[in-house]
Design a protein around this ligand. Structure first.
Ligand SMILES: [Mg+2]
Length: 430
């Protein structure tokens, strides 16, 4: 293949049927079978399914009742969020080998700007090949990669690269699709309008009612005509993207980052109450940092170094992103209470990782109760007030009340973990 021009540097990497593929990876007897992951109860929703299930018409976000009707032979499994998170972290490590400009979209997809890696790794097509191979080697899972000069084109291209499923069976995809600048128009024109970014069902309905079904039909309109149909701002946006003009940059620097706080004691600490107090303050500071960056954290880790210097870490991953100090503290303290004091503790620290700004959405797919999130958000107003006071008077101005009563996060966590899988409740060694 001829060398790709430098402006074609945006990749959209999307794991194939991610949650369902992980289940097959961990249980090869499921290979080739219809497998559905999601809420298994009456009100459950399909979170992911294998292509063999898609051949029956099952798709994600469909009700589980409907999915079972369409595919009575499907193996239906509850999600194992910790495992998905673990593999997602590995995939993001691979991204980090290529570029810092990574913009994660949920657990299983991301945009990468690979422009800066060109000299080191080759053009965007070669980097796409490299990424697919590395992801396969490191995780055993398949990813598709779309390549273009904008995020929108890259995303549409990765979709084109996917396997397809119909009643006739499953057809493997190309794995990588590159859209060159001169081919964008031909690529876009036949697509349905709703394939474009920012075109929701309401707007699509409105356009279809006046006979506009394809991107090409919209692209042929005058800007003013389009604006008279859907409004000034929406018209301008749709006009631009229907011509392939998407300037939205890859916002990098968030993948796989963690924030941490730690403290070494002047003399070894033998008092769990004091340790709780220390991590409560650490959790507060982490929460302030998260809120300042508009991020949420799914994983909370505590690190303990004993008097003899041996070190232990314990992590717990939530199905939703946290950013309230109280919620982070409650998770950290639960982990702390499970550790022995032994001969005393010389250092304790809390860190948060699994950072994203799309926190709660992933698991909402499962049709789960949102109570743990409520615990987090109920503290958020308090935390925001604390941030404001600290900004004005300095960080020492507001301390923490000790022994603040548990608001039930532990119970909710337990309940959620039971719903998502058997192993999630035991903290993993970090
Ligand atoms: Mg995917």
């Amino acid at each position: 293949m001829a060398e790709l021009p430098p402006q074609v540097s945006i990749l959209h990497v999307d794991m194939d049927a991610f949650f369902a593929s992980v289940e097959v990876l961990d249980n090869p007897s499921l290979l080739g079978k219809p497998v559905i992951v999601g809420g298994t109860g009456d009100r459950g929703v399909v979170a992911a399914c294998t292509y063999a299930a898609r051949a029956f018409g099952v798709h994600s976000a469909m009700s589980m009742v409907r999915a079972r009707q369409l595919c009575p032979t499907a193996v239906v499994l509850p999600g194992r969020f910790d495992r998905y998170q673990e593999l997602s972290a590995k995939v993001h490590e691979v991204f980090g080998e290529v570029t810092d400009l990574v913009e994660p979209i949920g657990l299983d997809e991301a945009f990468l700007d690979v422009g800066p890696a060109r000299r080191r790794l080759g053009d965007a097509g070669q980097i796409a090949e490299f990424l697919r191979g590395r992801i396969r080697t490191v995780t055993g899972l398949d990813a598709c990669v779309g390549v273009g000069q904008s995020k929108m084109m890259a995303k549409l291209a990765s979709k084109r690269a996917k396997p397809t499923a119909s009643k006739a069976g499953v057809t493997s995809g190309k794995g990588i699709v590159v859209v060159l600048p001169q081919d964008e128009e031909a690529f876009l024109r036949p697509l349905p309008i709703r394939a474009l970014w920012g075109v929701g069902p309401a707007m699509a309905d409105r356009l279809e009612r006046v006979g506009l079904a394809t991107v090409g039909q919209v692209a042929d309109l005058q800007l003013s005509v389009l604006q008279s149909l859907i409004g000034i701002a929406a018209g301008e946006h749709l006009f631009a993207i229907s011509h392939g003009r998407d300037q939205d940059p890859v916002v990098g620097g968030r993948a796989m980052k963690a924030m941490s706080q730690e403290q070494t004691f002047a003399t070894d600490c033998h008092d769990k109450t004091e340790l709780s107090q220390v991590i409560a303050n650490q959790a507060e500071r982490l929460a302030s940092s998260l809120r300042a960056k508009d991020l949420r954290a799914r994983t909370v880790t505590i690190k303990v170094r004993y008097a003899d210097f041996h070190q232990v870490t314990r992590s717990a991953t939530q199905s939703h992103g946290l950013r309230a100090g109280k919620a982070i503290f409650q998770v950290a303290d639960t982990l702390l209470q499970q550790l022995p004091l032994l001969g005393g503790i010389r250092l304790i620290g809390v860190s948060v990782s699994g950072l994203s700004d799309d926190g709660p959405e992933q698991m909402a797919l499962f049709g789960e109760p949102e109570r743990a999130r409520d615990v987090d958000s109920s503290w958020q107003a308090v935390d925001e007030a604390v941030d404001a006071i600290r900004a004005k008077f300095g960080s020492a101005a507001v301390g923490l009340a000790r022994n603040v009563q548990s608001r039930g996060l532990r119970d909710v966590t337990k309940q959620r973990n039971e719903r998502f899988g058997p192993d999630a409740e035991t903290p993993r060694p970090g």
